[in-house]
Design a protein around this ligand. Structure first.
Ligand SMILES: [Fe+2]
Length: 214
């Protein structure tokens, strides 16, 4: 008999994280200037948080973002591949920045039809607050004797993912999440990017591929 048991994955791993080690001071500056003109609290910003969601000036179109967009391309591809998606094109469809000062936070929400979301911690102070995801399996494990300090926090409604300066967190748009309140006296700026992947097929100009040539 085998002494080891193997882990079998029922579904792909949903949440991925990387750190963008490069200098982002120019991006921080541009985002701060941009956000200083924004007054919108959006639908889910709490305690005075500000968001540029819906604003026509989308951060992924800024010249300062070209390098970042190029750098993340292979990482996005890696996650899309890990999710076993059949695609030959992906792109950013929407982006925005959120600003949270002390005690401000973003309430639980999802990203509608976005296939993938990137939360990029452009400015994250110490105690700036982490990202929390809803435990989608919690109700299924309700009758099990769960460990209160388990890694997956199955007793709790949310699982916390640590977010440090420069972190990029990748997750599916349907996975509901919220930010913890910023517990520092410095501002937190998080950039959000929605990504869409699709299988683009050549334009169908004839029926040759489905008709018999007799
Ligand atoms: Fe979000």
């Amino acid at each position: 008999m085998d002494k080891e048991v193997q882990k079998i994955d029922l579904s792909p791993n949903l949440i991925w994280k990387a750190n963008y080690g490069k200098d982002v001071s120019k991006l921080q500056e541009r985002a701060s200037t941009f956000l200083s003109k924004i007054t919108d609290h959006g639908e889910v910003e709490r305690e005075g948080g500000i968001t540029s969601t819906g604003h026509t000036d989308a951060p992924h179109l800024w010249p300062e973002m070209i390098e970042f967009c190029n750098d993340i391309e292979p990482l996005v591809k890696k996650v899309l591949d890990a999710w076993e998606l059949n695609y030959n094109w992906f792109g950013i469809t929407k982006s925005w920045v959120n600003k949270h000062n002390v005690y401000q936070w973003t309430d639980t929400h999802d990203h509608g039809d976005a296939h993938m979301v990137l939360s990029f911690y452009l400015k994250q102070p110490q105690k700036g607050g982490n990202l929390e995801f809803t435990n989608i399996n919690k109700h299924l494990w309700g009758s099990y004797p769960r460990h209160p300090h388990g890694k997956t926090k199955l007793h709790e409604y949310y699982t916390e993912v640590e977010a440090k300066q420069g972190d990029i967190i990748f997750f599916p748009g349907w996975l509901s999440h919220r930010s913890q309140p910023n517990q520092s006296n410095q501002e937190r700026i998080v950039m959000g990017l929605n990504i869409h992947a699709e299988l683009q097929r050549p334009e169908q100009l004839s029926n040759e591929h489905i008709e018999k040539n007799i």
